[in-house]
Unconditional design. Structure first.
Length: 517
């Protein structure tokens, strides 16, 4: 069938069909449009706003390199040399002011402190006794102390004499132990005054373990009245001196029994010397204790004079000062935090010997941060306290102090920047940063804003910034641009002070509905 002829013959039917197609198309279009609107509402873009006031700087910005510091930080150093006894924290731990962090070995100081406290009690008791006078029981106690000290001295003398005698006998035996009997023949060189006979070698028979023993000297006219002294030990042997009252021309001479007769002579000689030194020390100590007890008894019996009371008061003061001095030294072995914060450094290890002045632990308070930065002297006229600072990644700050002087070596000026919201900044103490400081305007002809590049949209020869109206719709605001400076661009016109603009305009359109974060 010819389709053209059919349509011409059935115009009424085809007109109805055309109307139906239009209606169906309209319905489908409306459904599609409704779906698109639903999708658009679910995909509304989110934007953030920034205040142009933070970027008003007269068209100048100053770069400053610096280091993040804590407003409250402490580097604790050892004041003494001692091994590390305990470490009670780790890096990153939060600590409170007064909390113990590290302790050093202090057993010796504790012992000294206890001894000093005991001495203070004794001195204070003596002072109280001087002021109040002695009681009968105190006199009796003082006398008992004297008697005890006397007995201790006698016992010490007896015991030490015995030790010395034993050591002496061992020494003598070590010099003759190779001999078959007590007689010992040596060749001795006569020393002293004599007449008619040349000095020479004579055979001598002695008894070295006896004082005043008889002995014979061959070649001399008489042995009567000759007396030998007690052998005197020396490092190279035993020396025995002889004297005679009736031998013609002979007054005195001595012989030496060399230590080569016994290999252990030197060892026994050292034991003997130590015994002598020990006896002297023990007797001196016991004698000193006796003297102290007798003085105390005499003081107890006599009562105190004003001068004695003053002297004892001075002794109490001295003992008190000693306790305080040792207490201070003891406190230096306990390293505590002077502030609340976090442990940022802990360079010591358990058991390690640290010296005075060595760093032990560092504490920082992250709730307050600043940047210690430096600018060139040429930028100094542009920077003032209170200026806003962009530290990057959304971190803001404000200049808190500008040094009034220029470093003569580096030709730089120190600038302190206070971080506005340190806890949300993610900055770390010690981190190096570059800050952009809003400079002072050079003139007053108009305000120039230095905005981030991503906040300005450029279309052909026209530039815009976006604001958001009360219906959450984007509004274009034409602006006049100046020079590009790094990541920022000058805006010399079209900005109203206090205006809040969209921070990033990428893929945004005028009139588009958005959500402000």
């Amino acid at each position: 069938m010819n389709l053209t002829k059919y349509i011409k013959g059935h115009k009424a039917i085809m007109g109805g069909l055309l109307i139906l197609v239009v209606i169906i198309t309209g319905v489908v279009s409306r459904i599609a449009t409704s779906g698109q609107a639903s999708d658009t509402e679910s995909n509304i873009k989110k934007v953030t706003l920034l205040s142009v006031n933070d970027y008003s700087n007269g068209g100048e910005t100053v770069s400053a390199n610096g280091t993040v510091e804590s407003l409250e930080q402490a580097e604790l150093r050892s004041q003494v040399m001692a091994p590390v006894a305990s470490i009670k924290v780790s890096i990153g731990d939060k600590v409170k002011a007064g909390q113990t962090l590290v302790t050093l070995e202090n057993a010796d100081l504790n012992a000294q402190l206890n001894q000093a406290k005991a001495n203070l009690k004794v001195q204070q008791a003596n002072l109280d006794q001087l002021k109040t006078g002695a009681r009968a029981e105190e006199l009796e106690l003082a006398q008992i102390r004297v008697d005890t000290a006397k007995q201790s001295l006698a016992d010490a003398q007896k015991q030490e004499d015995l030790l010395v005698q034993n050591a002496y006998n061992s020494l003598l035996n070590s010099s003759i132990e190779a001999l078959p009997d007590d007689n010992y023949s040596v060749s001795a060189t006569i020393s002293g005054t004599y007449t008619g006979t040349k000095e020479g070698e004579y055979a001598v028979t002695i008894y070295p373990t006896s004082n005043g023993a008889n002995f014979s000297v061959s070649g001399l006219s008489s042995n009567t009245g000759v007396v030998a002294t007690r052998p005197v030990p020396m490092a190279d042997g035993l020396y025995i001196s002889f004297s005679s009252t009736n031998m013609s021309g002979i007054e005195s001479w001595k012989i030496k029994i060399p230590n080569t007769k016994a290999p252990n002579y030197l060892a026994n000689y050292s034991v003997y010397q130590n015994a002598l030194a020990g006896r002297d020390a023990a007797i001196n100590s016991a004698t000193s204790a006796l003297n102290s007890a007798e003085s105390s008894l005499a003081l107890t019996k006599a009562g105190a004079t004003p001068d004695q009371i003053k002297a004892q008061e001075a002794a109490v003061e001295q003992a008190t000062a000693n306790v305080q001095a040792i207490s201070v030294q003891l406190q230096k072995t306990v390293i505590s935090s002077p502030i609340s914060g976090e442990v940022s450094a802990l360079p010591v290890k358990y058991g390690e010997l640290i010296t005075a002045g060595e760093s032990v632990v560092s504490i920082v308070n992250q709730s307050g941060l600043q940047i210690k930065s430096y600018i060139s002297n040429s930028d100094l006229p542009l920077v003032e306290a209170g200026a806003s600072v962009d530290i990057g990644n959304g971190v803001k700050g404000v200049v808190s102090r500008v040094s009034p002087s220029i470093d003569p070596k580096t030709k730089t000026v120190e600038v302190d920047i206070l971080v506005t919201n340190p806890e949300a900044s993610n900055l770390i103490v010690g981190q190096s940063v570059t800050a952009k400081i809003a400079g002072k305007a050079k003139d007053t002809t108009g305000i120039v804003y230095l905005l981030p590049l991503q906040a300005v949209k450029v279309d052909s020869n026209t530039a815009y910034v976006y604001t958001v109206d009360e219906n959450s719709l984007l509004q274009e605001n034409k602006v006049i641009l100046g020079d590009v400076k790094g990541e920022y661009i000058e805006v010399k016109g079209g900005i109203i002070p206090g205006m809040n603009i969209v921070s990033t305009v990428y893929e945004l359109k005028n009139g588009e509905k958005v959500t402000v974060e």
